[in-house]
Design a protein around this ligand. Structure first.
Ligand code: HPA
Length: 283
C-alpha cells in the first residue's frame, strides 16, 4: 500500500505545480464524464493543462476522456474543469483516482460538481435522461476497495466521515429549479457504483434494482466520498446513456460507443443545468 507520506507528497506536488502554472483560487471542481467533455471548451480565461504534465495525475486512458484540466471561469465562477477522469478499472489506486479532489480542496474549492454516464435501471428512465443523484450505493467500497482505506489524512477530515448527507440538498434543489426553468426533465435517484470494466449481467442488474439502485456506473462515488471527507459540498448528475437489459431477451447489449453517442446528445441539457447552478453563485 502507498504510504501516507507518498500520498501527501503527490498531492503537494500537484498543488505546487498548479499554483505555479496559474495562481488563481478555485471555487469549484467540475468533473465531466464520458461524452460530456465539451463543456470545458466554454471556460473563459482558460488555462489548459494536460494531466500528463501534472505530478500525481494519471493520464486518462479511456476513449472519450481527453485528460486535461481547464482552469478559468464558467458563469463567472472560478472553476477547474476535469475533461475526463481516472477510473478504478484503468488500474489506478483509489487514492490516485481521487487525488484531483484533494488538490481542488487545497486550491480553495469548497464545491465539487460531478457528472457521469450511467446505465438506467429504473424502468421509467429513458436513454438521454438526466438524473440528479440523491444518494449512492458504493458496492466497490463495500467489497473492500474504498478510497479512505489506509492511514487517515487528518488534515482533510475525520477517520469515520458520515455519508447520510453526501449529496448537498441545497445544490440539488438549485439543479431542479434550473432544470424546471430551462424546461429540462431532471429525474432523481440512487446511483450504484460497480468497478467495471465489463457491463453488468442481467442477473446483476436485477440485483441492483432489488437493492434500490436507479442507475449504475463505474465512477463518481470515490470522488464524492473523498470530497465529503474534506468537507466539500457535492452535486452529482448522471446522464443515462443506455438502459439496463434485465433479461437477455430485451433490447441490445450496451457498448462504449452507445455510451459516448448518448453522452453527446445529453451534453447540451447537462450544460444548461451546470451553467444555471454556477450562475446561482453556489451559495
Ligand atoms: N453500466 C455501468 N456503467 C455504465 C453503464 C452501464 O450500463 N453505462 C454507462 N456507464
Amino acid at each position: 500500500m502507498t504510504t501516507l507520506n507518498a500520498i501527501q507528497e503527490s498531492i503537494q506536488s500537484a498543488v505546487a505545480y498548479l499554483r505555479q502554472r496559474d495562481g488563481r483560487r478555485w471555487r469549484a471542481l467540475v468533473v465531466l464524464g464520458s461524452g460530456l467533455g465539451a463543456l470545458a471548451d466554454e471556460v473563459e480565461d482558460a488555462v489548459r493543462i494536460p494531466y500528463a504534465d501534472i505530478p500525481g495525475f494519471a493520464p486518462a486512458t479511456v476513449q472519450g476522456h481527453k485528460g486535461q484540466l481547464v482552469i478559468g471561469k464558467l458563469a463567472s465562477v472560478a472553476v477547474a474543469v476535469m475533461q475526463g477522469r481516472m477510473h478504478f478499472y484503468e488500474g489506478y489506486p483509489l487514492w490516485q483516482v481521487t487525488l484531483p479532489v484533494r488538490v481542488a480542496r487545497l486550491m480553495g474549492a469548497d464545491t465539487v460538481i460531478i457528472t457521469n454516464a450511467a446505465g438506467g435501471i429504473n424502468r421509467d428512465f429513458k436513454v438521454g435522461d438526466i438524473m440528479l443523484i440523491s444518494d449512492h450505493i458504493n458496492l466497490v467500497g463495500m467489497a473492500g476497495h474504498h478510497p479512505l482505506i489506509g492511514p487517515n489524512l487528518e488534515a482533510f477530515g475525520p477517520r469515520f466521515p458520515e455519508m447520510t448527507t453526501a449529496y448537498d440538498r441545497h445544490l440539488g434543489n438549485q439543479a431542479m429549479h434550473v432544470a424546471r426553468r430551462a424546461n429540462v426533465l431532471l429525474r432523481q435517484g440512487v446511483y450504484a457504483c460497480v468497478a467495471g470494466p465489463s457491463f453488468e449481467t442481467p442477473a446483476e442488474l436485477r440485483f441492483l434494482r432489488m437493492i434500490g439502485a436507479d442507475a449504475v456506473g463505474m465512477s463518481t462515488v470515490h470522488e464524492v466520498i473523498v470530497a465529503r471527507h474534506a468537507g466539500m459540498r457535492v452535486l452529482g448528475l448522471s446522464g443515462i446513456t443506455n438502459v439496463a437489459r434485465l433479461s437477455p431477451d430485451e433490447g441490445e447489449p450496451p457498448s462504449h460507443e452507445e455510451v459516448m453517442h448518448a453522452g453527446v446528445h445529453i451534453a447540451p441539457r447537462m450544460f444548461a443545468i451546470l451553467r444555471g447552478v454556477l450562475a446561482g453563485g453556489l451559495d
